[in-house]
Ligand binder design. Structure first.
Ligand code: FE2
Length: 384
């Protein structure tokens, strides 16, 4: 028996926020914790969104203490704010970080400490059993797809590792995609987050396992990224392209319930130890990871899957000889500067990072099994 889930309600369009306010009114929430970050409060976006949500009649408590790579401390402060003000529901506004923090706040306010008990790597999801507050998610970037995901990623104080807290109950009740909320993202963040969305669909499509539904979503998600990400980078105000990338982002995260792969395992330690932007980390490591895969012994189905992705690029006139070269060329066009050496990663740290990458669970669903030396070899190739 297989179980397939595509259960998130998605409101998509210019007036989706107003629809959320009506839904909140219908549910009778009294006080909502609005989890966001300082950039969004300073840009005035948090206030814009809060003003619409206030029409529901619910009070809003603003919480914006969220780091770009979220820390356990952010969750603790958010839980205190939720409990001390008597909130009954949560709205997450922002990129992956506020959404992840909001999800884990929901765990922290309803489950006994410490958070490390709920680490997915030790089967902690089974301990997440208590009822939690309704959570609504409004993404302002198009990449993580956390608005449709069941996981929150937090760096724990004890281990300094990005730790995945995963349980179906963490999933937002409604994801609200409003294209204009992503229009102000600068080109380099647009590129990095969009490449994250692409990487989710790519790794999901290549992951072993029988999941034709996720495969279909992943292919359609990659197609949107290939066709529309460059437009978003060059013309941020193009709301048609922005809207499509929002959907591609939700699609990537919907598809990766099938699994991710080595690219994410390699990317996670860079963010945990060197604060590298998650999407950028994927961008820096994807071409050499795919080259490693393309040079490995692949069976017919695996070769066809690589060819299917290359075919999507072919139709947009972007294909090169190999998928690795194609992606390298495309990312360069999107403004990515390759080389871990140019992004503050010390070369003598690569051995340590590859040990951490091997500990990361994502590569267990890589298209082919990888060893720690394999991961090190990709870091080394991606270094200069
Ligand atoms: Fe990702």
């Amino acid at each position: 028996m297989q179980q397939y889930n595509f259960p998130t309600t998605i409101y998509f369009g210019d007036d989706a926020l107003e629809s959320l306010a009506r839904a909140i009114k219908g549910k009778g929430h009294q006080k909502m914790l609005l989890v966001t970050d300082r950039t969004l409060t300073s840009l005035g976006l948090a206030k814009q969104v809060a003003d619409v949500l206030l029409t529901s009649g619910a009070e809003i408590v603003l919480f914006d203490h969220v780091h770009p790579n979220p820390l356990e401390e952010d969750v603790e402060k958010g839980s205190d704010a939720f409990t001390s003000t008597g909130c009954d529901s949560i709205v997450a506004l922002g990129g992956g970080s506020p959404m992840d923090v909001a999800k884990v706040i929901n765990v922290a306010t309803t489950h006994a400490a410490p958070l490390s008990r709920y680490d997915d790597a030790i089967g902690g999801g089974d301990r997440i059993v208590n009822p939690m507050a309704p959570l609504y998610a409004i993404p302002t970037t198009s990449g993580t797809g956390s608005e449709v995901g069941r996981a929150g990623v937090i760096i724990l104080r004890e281990t300094k590792r990005k730790t995945i807290i995963f349980a179906p109950a963490l999933m937002p009740r409604i994801a609200v995609l409003v294209p204009r909320l992503t229009a102000g993202l600068p080109p380099h963040i647009t590129a990095a987050t969009g490449i994250d969305a692409f990487t989710h669909s790519l790794e999901a499509y290549l992951a072993p396992g029988f999941h034709p539904l996720a495969d279909g979503v992943a292919l359609a998600g990659m197609r949107i990224c290939i066709r529309h990400l460059e437009t978003c980078c060059k013309d941020g105000q193009n709301l048609d392209a922005r809207g499509r990338m929002q959907l591609a982002s939700s699609m990537g995260a919907t598809a990766f319930q099938k699994g991710l792969g080595m690219i994410h395992s390699l990317a996670h330690p860079l963010s945990a130890h060197h604060d590298t932007h998650h999407g950028l980390a994927n961008a820096l490591l994807l071409p050499d990871s795919i080259e490693f895969i393309e040079n490995s012994d692949l069976d017919q189905d695996q070769k066809e899957r690589i060819a299917d992705v290359l075919d999507l690029f072919e139709k947009s006139g972007l294909a090169r000889q190999t998928l690795a070269e194609t992606c390298r060329h495309w990312f360069a066009q999107l403004g990515i500067t390759f080389g871990l050496s140019h992004h503050g990663i010390p070369e003598d740290n690569l051995v340590f990072l590859s040990a951490e990458a091997f500990e990361d669970p994502c590569h267990r669903s890589n298209i082919i099994p990888v060893t720690e030396p394999d991961l090190l070899s990709v870091y080394q190739k991606a270094y200069p």
